[in-house]
Design a binder for this molecule. Sequence first.
Ligand code: NAD
Ligand code: ZN
Length: 362
Amino acid sequence: MVTKGNLSAVLHKVDDLSLEERPIPQPGKGEVQIQMHAVGICGSDVHYWKKGRIGDFILTAPMVLGHESSGVVSAVGEGVTHLKVGDRVAIEPGAGCRQCSFCKEGRYNLCPDMKFAATPPIDGSLCRYYVHAADFCFNCEICLFRLPDHVSFEEGALLEPLSVAVHACRRAGISIGSNVLVCGAGPIGLVNLLTAKACGASKVAITDIDEGRLNKAKELGADYIFKIDPSKDSRDIAKEIENSLGAADQTIECTGAESSFHTAIYATKSGGTLVVVGMGKPVVQFPIVDALVREVDIRGIFRYTNCYPAALALVASGKVDAKPLITHHFKLEQSLDAFETSRTGAGGAIKVMIHCNEGYQI
Ligand code: NAD
Ligand code: ZN
């Protein structure tokens, strides 16, 4: 095994992220080695960096960060027939056990043995070379259509947050003519806006407390934007939204803020559906009687299941243009600057992209 040549962004402990050379991993049975290209920074990467944990997932040993990624197959392991060296792939970061009832029912995101990149203790893909399960690498053959040349590595990396939106919009039941409210215009809210439109929603309203993010949402096709003052009564905010949008058939909560969750319930029409994506406090108060007497269905989502092919189809067909989400580019060697930019939102940062291939020019 080569013992260096694999520059990797390793999180040792809270606030201790550094670049170090690691051995180049070799693919085992059913795996491929990927020469990494684009890796997007996700809020969860920043959270592990600054807090060392998300819920019950706790960093106890050094871990490579990064899970929104794409690259080029550089070696194939035994038994891999659908991928070959040179294939450009987007990497779905989590693989279930493929044996349990959840995996067999196609809800592998609920698999208790899920191994997800950059969720402790599993290493992520912010490195030069990464090994992954071949059946969770998506290229044209597996998805039954060609990945056109115009689908870039960056867009391949964006399939990860886009898959979260595909799952949320599916669980919300958004379809032709839907009136949709998206709460929060961060990367996740914005991909939900784009996906809701692609599902046929006729009107999409979006909220945020940040003017810059709302402007981006407008640029991406939001019909209504609402700058929220969280100190105002949630019922009044919901009324204001309803006056423009009408009652929302489906609402997708992407802030994790308790007050926004309240607004989301009040703004959803009777008989409508609220999908909760945002992860905030583990326990919140909410207006349960209002939700139940109006039969507002509240559903959670956890990542995605079987959504990568649809996300890729949305991008490849041009139904979704996620490129405007990318605001900043860095080289792997500049990972710390990239994380700082993502954390602070400096320069209007939304999606910060790190390029792992040697020689990439910004
Ligand atoms: P983000 O922090 O970049 O975006 C959240 C946005 O909400 C920000 O723009 C912020 O200004 C806005 N906001 C905060 N309080 C608000 C309020 N009261 N009203 C309106 N807007 C408000 O995060 P992100 O990367 O876009 O992710 C959004 C949420 O989704 C996070 O909580 C994240 O943990 C969660 N998430 C969940 C899943 C899942 O599987 N359920 C997957 C990915 C992300
Ligand atoms: Zn399983």
